[in-house]
Design a protein around this ligand. Structure first.
Ligand code: SAH
Ligand code: SF4
Ligand code: F3S
Length: 469
């Protein structure tokens, strides 16, 4: 008999990709995916630890399963992802009805753990070694990547796929849990990556987004020398069927001239770079241990402007980091005004157990001040994005159509003519009146209007040349 699985995914693109792998694996073991936890024999929560709020949401969702489990003891519950690695048995303590805890580096073990739970062997846990639990190579090996298993139905759209090129992170920014939850930085072998990209192209992917926490630091040493991201992009660019290549997230210090020139010279590479600054203040950056000053960030930014003058650059900021004064914060505001990012994700600092900042620095910016700075920075970011998007009115942009917009999906799920949404090569979101059949097409859209987050346009009619009839 087929068994059913429900999976809820939160967190970053890495988790979206991990969930795709998990489902591909479980389907091979006879599972079928359902949309509601009520219909599922197996309930999976793929979790994120980046901020406290993300964890609390998951604990509260788990709390609601207490009764479900009491009524249906045969349903199995699994907690996957970064929280599983970070909290380990704490999850069993806070939610004793959970059956399995599986860290992001041990996801391949899930089917075996399910078998053990089914066989009455009790609760199961598979996590990777901690950063200090052994030699670097041993720790690295315990964070396994199991990428070749793919399942197109789990993608954001059938035409867009993620591809992991790097796991883990070695930068150790003082606020961040990722080096602990995802382990040491490891670049996957180019041959594996290229083979996977070919599979994705055969499955209909037109756009591939390469994933890594510091994706532009990617390096792999093999028998035929070292491959960096630029060399990898050159190989991927050859694959028929792939029309666009993106990569996230970039680390400012590793944005080399060679990489930018490669993006410029390979037409499939999107002129879009996500290079988080995190703060505009040198003092804060030093406490974050980001490894660059604002002068260095600006040098990198100017290099992007010189080599890729039409590129869109986006950023992340943390507001209210330990010791951030009003003057420090104003420097983040200044940076947004100077760089005019396409968009920025802005986060209020959240203390994470096990990080250097939690151990050594005081979380001294009051909650209200963090909230106020968050709003202020967001307002400035929206203002620059609004002004820059206004300049695109009247132009024509090429869009990969993703599907009906959120608004359209809610309004009438069966209507054929609906508002559609897509993205430009620079990752700008575009909505237009269209038709569901246009999903997966590249269309020229004439931009009529713009807000800070969205361009609004219409499909450009192909000019009909009179042939004298
Ligand atoms: N590897 C990526 C980002 C990973 S996490 C990079 O280095 O840019 C995504 C974003 O979450 C980070 O860029 C940062 O802005 C934010 N973040 C990470 N830890 C945080 C914390 N403890 N509190 C608030 N925001 C945090
Ligand atoms: Fe976290 Fe810094 Fe690594 Fe990004 S680079 S994942 S912020 S430690
Ligand atoms: Fe969250 Fe882990 Fe991603 S902590 S942001 S799911 S790497």
């Amino acid at each position: 008999m087929t068994k059913t699985v429900y999976i809820k995914t939160v967190g970053c693109q890495m988790n979206v990709l991990d969930s795709e792998m998990v489902i591909a694996d479980l389907k091979r073991h006879g599972y079928e995916v359902v949309d509601s936890p009520n219909d599922a024999d197996l309930l999976l929560y793929n979790t994120c630890s980046i901020r406290e709020q993300a964890e609390e949401k998951t604990y509260s969702a788990l709390g609601k399963l207490r009764e479900t489990k009491a009524r249906h003891p045969d349903k199995k519950i699994g907690v996957l992802g970064c929280m599983a690695q970070k909290d380990q048995e704490i999850i069993f303590r806070r939610a004793p009805f959970v059956d399995m805890i599986v860290g992001p580096g041990q996801l391949h073990a899930l089917p075996e753990l399910i078998t053990k739970v089914d066989a009455g062997e009790g609760r199961q846990m598979a996590v990777s070694l901690g950063r200090k639990d052994g030699k670097q190579s041993l720790v690295a090996r315990s964070h396994e990547t199991f990428d070749p298993l793919r399942d197109p139905t789990m993608r954001p759209t059938p035409f867009q796929a993620y591809l992991r090129i790097q796991i883990g992170c070695d930068k150790f920014c003082t606020y961040c849990v990722v080096p602990n939850t995802r382990g040491p930085e490891q670049g996957r072998a180019p041959s594996e990556i290229v083979a996977e990209a070919r599979t994705l192209a055969e499955q209909g992917a037109l756009e591939i987004t390469l994933l890594g926490q510091t994706v532009n630091s990617y390096r792999h040493r093999g028998e035929d020398g070292e491959t960096d991201l630029a060399a990898l992009l050159e190989q991927l660019h050859e694959i028929d069927g792939i029309r666009r290549l993106k990569f996230v997230t970039s680390y400012p210090k590793d944005m080399s001239r060679r990489l930018l020139e490669t993006v410029r010279d390979l037409p499939k590479c999107s002129p879009y770079l996500h290079v988080p600054a995190q703060s505009g203040s040198d003092a804060v950056l030093r406490r974050m241990k980001r490894g660059y000053t604002i002068a260095e960030y600006m040098e990198m930014f100017e290099r992007i402007e010189e080599i890729l003058p039409n590129a869109a650059v986006s950023s992340d900021f943390i507001v209210g980091f330990c010791g951030e004064t009003d003057a420090d914060f104003q420097q983040s505001v200044d940076l947004v005004r100077r760089c005019r990012f396409k968009n920025s994700f802005i986060f209020q600092y959240s203390v994470r157990a096990g990080t250097k900042a939690a151990e050594r620095l005081e979380d001294d910016v009051p909650r209200e001040v963090k909230a106020q700075r968050n709003n202020e920075l967001l307002a400035v970011q929206d203002e620059v994005a609004y002004d820059d998007n206004q300049k695109l009115i009247g132009s024509t942009v090429e869009v990969l159509v993703e599907g009906p917009s959120k608004k359209a999906s809610k309004a009438d799920p069966d209507a054929a003519a609906v508002q559609m949404t897509g993205r430009t090569h620079c990752d700008r979101i575009v909505v237009f009146d269209g038709n569901r059949r246009q999903a997966g097409q590249f269309l020229d859209i004439h931009v009529d209007d713009a807000s800070s987050h969205t361009l609004i346009g219409r499909v450009r009619q192909v000019e009909l040349v009179s042939i004298g009839v």
